[in-house]
Write a protein that binds this ligand. Structure first.
Ligand code: ADP
Ligand code: MG
Length: 222
């Protein structure tokens, strides 16, 4: 037990440092981006787009750490998943096209759920990002909306590299990553948000075959 406690303390401490650094980096980052936007385009700065997209990546990482540290204001409303998913799929279309990945989206049943739109968007983004990162050139990701019992189900299937049982068991632990450029925070955030929505997550995966992530969110029956 003492070991677990010590580990938890360490994690909390590491988390606090991470959030602190993220906070300090955020402002200069915003300044640099703004300046570059102002002057970069017309001076035809070399590699402008690359610099911009790398800055944006830093921004996203910093943002994820900040979310960890701050309890955000939540607004629960009646929503359907389809429009939220469409927004998210749009965000990934370019990346998918560049890698010849087909993104397929089918809605069989899309009922009202009670959710915080931004949080659910974040969930879909993190899961779709993992799926796209897992599939090889020419791979496929399928998204299916349907229901099971009193739950809306959102299913993401990819035919990517899959996960070992060890990773599958530990998924959602902070900083668990098998990627060179991963931060191991995505699934932790996903789990937290789903739990806050009284839903649950079921993941099945096989190495070299692919992964299915099922999100279950309670239907709004009012
Ligand atoms: P990150 O993507 O930054 O590594 P995540 O928390 O999003 O962190 O995911 C943690 C780990 O779970 C990944 O590094 C990867 O090993 C595994 N994983 C998650 N989704 C998938 C997937 N669709 N296919 C294969 N592995 C996955
Ligand atoms: Mg991820």
């Amino acid at each position: 037990t003492e070991d677990i406690l010590r580990n938890t303390e360490k994690l909390v401490f590491a988390g606090q440092i991470a959030v602190g650094i993220a906070h300090e980096i955020r402002n200069p980052l915003t300044t640099v981006k703004g300046m570059l936007q102002l002057s970069g385009k017309d001076t035809r700065l070399r590699h402008y787009d690359l610099i911009m997209s790398e800055l944006e990546r830093m921004n996203l990482i910093v943002g994820e750490f900040l979310i960890l540290g701050k309890p955000q204001a939540v607004h629960f409303r009646q929503e359907r998943c389809m429009p939220i998913l469409e927004e998210v799929v749009n965000l990934f279309e370019i990346q998918a096209a560049l890698n010849c990945i087909s993104l397929n989206f089918r809605s069989e049943e899309d009922h009202m759920i009670c959710c915080d739109r931004n949080q659910i968007k974040q969930v879909f983004m993190n899961i779709l990002k993992n799926a796209v990162e897992a599939v090889p050139f020419g791979g496929a990701v399928h998204i299916l909306l349907d229901t099971e019992d009193a739950y809306q189900r959102i299913r993401f299937t990819d035919n990517g590299i899959g996960m070992t049982d060890e990773v599958l068991q530990r998924i959602g632990e902070p900083f668990l990553t098998t990627k060179a450029e991963g931060n191991g925070l995505g699934m932790m955030i996903v789990k937290r948000i789903i739990e806050a929505h009284k839903g649950h997550l079921v993941i099945t995966s096989e190495v070299d075959k692919g992964t299915t992530v099922d999100i279950y969110l309670p239907l709004d029956l009012t």
